[in-house]
Design a protein around this ligand. Structure first.
Ligand code: ATP
Ligand code: MG
Length: 391
């Protein structure tokens, strides 16, 4: 009887002939995420991944926590692996049930059997009935409730057999690195970390860019962005955050462009710089946390103007989401508490009282012509600080 970890994955199974490529990528990502937890054998079999510790003091909690953050993983279970032998199955199922009853005082349970091994002489319903009866006989006070049990004992009969109760949900998606790379415009707000996470969930590797207007925004505001990037790296793996000094550009916009166009021009310059960094780092697209109509710079007309500043696709995974939906995800992925820290952002420092909600591209471009942005952009890119984030 061996304690191991069972990893389930979903969408990859639909990949037909390419499936092994995605599976191997996922296994590689799992392997590097849990490298520090000790020696383990990681392998796939029949649409599942198994992690078998090869040492005594294997850190299961650490591994479970890491694996539930790996994109592509749908759920994980710590399981008991035994031989496909009915006496062993009975003993293990009883142990799993009695451990839970002792620990949590549970009163009701059900048994679920999957029989993948057609050579096993009993069929699933027969196993469930017999094994359930055996557990009931041996744990006084416990009853069966098939609709709403306190716990479920799962049994899978394959070449070996597996017994477990816990199924810990993960986020699903596609394995990181299976869908190219994009550059995330990461502010200290609620939205952009969620946007980066959502693209990461689809297997997109990220690089991040933050625009920093020191001393109008403080060292603490920058640290907040680094902290958010750090949380993201727990899902997206190691990536680079490019911190671009933006003060000179903001002051130039402020001094030379019409007040009601400040935000949109600033957003366009951010996009241009992000695109330069994206090309340098082999990203094929940009990612922002914009959502349709949320603020003046996120109306259809404004987004048209920002998109026109660049020549690569701009992904806005939050475009159709309400703020409450975004906040739900931010809480789920642990960025929310950091995002709501009250430090100022460059967008909030240089802000117009009445920004245009329906900017016209030609007019915006005319206003931009008042500043020679090229050398300013070049200097900002040159002075960019690169911070490496690791999970
Ligand atoms: P967020 O919550 O991500 O800050 P927001 O709804 O507050 O978004 P804005 O502040 O207008 O909206 O920013 C829109 C998008 O522009 C952000 O989601 C982010 O992708 C990008 N962005 C804004 N400010 C910065 C910044 N200082 N550095 C990098 N990207 C930024
Ligand atoms: Mg913001």
């Amino acid at each position: 009887m061996k304690r191991i970890i069972l990893v389930r994955y979903g969408e990859i199974i639909l990949k037909g002939l390419n499936r092994p490529v995605f599976e191997d990528k996922l296994i590689g990502n799992i392997r590097s995420a849990i490298l520090k937890s000790g020696n383990a054998r990681i392998f796939k079999s029949q649409g599942r991944i198994y992690i078998e510790p090869q040492e005594e003091n294997y850190d299961f909690d650490f591994v479970l926590q890491k694996i539930t953050r790996i994109f592509g993983v749908v759920s994980v279970s710590p399981v008991w692996k035994i031989d496909t032998d009915y006496d062993q199955i009975k003993a293990t199922a009883l142990k799993v049930a009695s451990d839970l009853v002792v620990q949590y005082g549970y009163k009701t349970f059900k048994l679920e059997t999957k029989r993948g091994n057609k050579k096993f002489p009993m069929q699933s319903p027969e196993i469930s009935a017999d094994l359930g009866g055996y557990i009931l006989e041996n744990i006084p006070g416990l009853t069966v409730d098939v609709k709403n049990p306190d716990f479920t004992v799962h049994l899978e009969v394959r070449e070996s057999s597996y017994v477990y109760s816990d199924i810990i949900k993960a986020h699903g998606g596609m394995p990181m690195g299976s869908n190219g790379k994009a550059t995330l415009l990461l502010s200290g707000g609620i939205d952009s970390p969620v946007a980066g996470w959502m693209m990461g969930k689809r297997g997109v590797e990220i690089e991040a860019v933050h625009f920093y207007s020191y001393p109008y925004t403080s060292e603490r505001a920058k640290q907040k962005v680094v902290d958010l990037a750090q949380i993201l790296s727990q899902y997206c793996g190691k990536f680079k955050l490019h911190v671009v000094p933006f003060t000179e550009i903001q002051l130039a916009i402020n001094d030379n462009c019409p007040e009601d166009q400040l935000t949109i021009i600033m957003r366009r310059i951010m996009m241009r710089i992000a695109e330069i960094i994206a090309r340098k780092t082999n990203s094929m697209a940009l990612i922002t946390g914009e959502s349709m109509g949320q603020v003046a710079s996120q109306t259809m007309q404004s987004l048209y103007c920002t998109d026109s500043a660049v020549n690569m696709p701009v992904f806005r995974p939050l475009i159709g989401m309400d703020k409450v939906e975004v906040i739900d995800i931010a809480r789920k992925i642990d960025t929310f508490e950091t995002s709501i820290l009250p430090y100022e952002d460059c967008c909030t420092v240089f802000v117009a009282k009445h920004p245009q909600t329906k900017p016209k591209l030609e007019k915006i471009m005319k206003s931009e012509a008042a500043v020679d942005f090229e050398p300013l952009i070049e200097r900002a890119v040159e002075a960019t600080e690169v911070i490496v984030l690791k999970p």
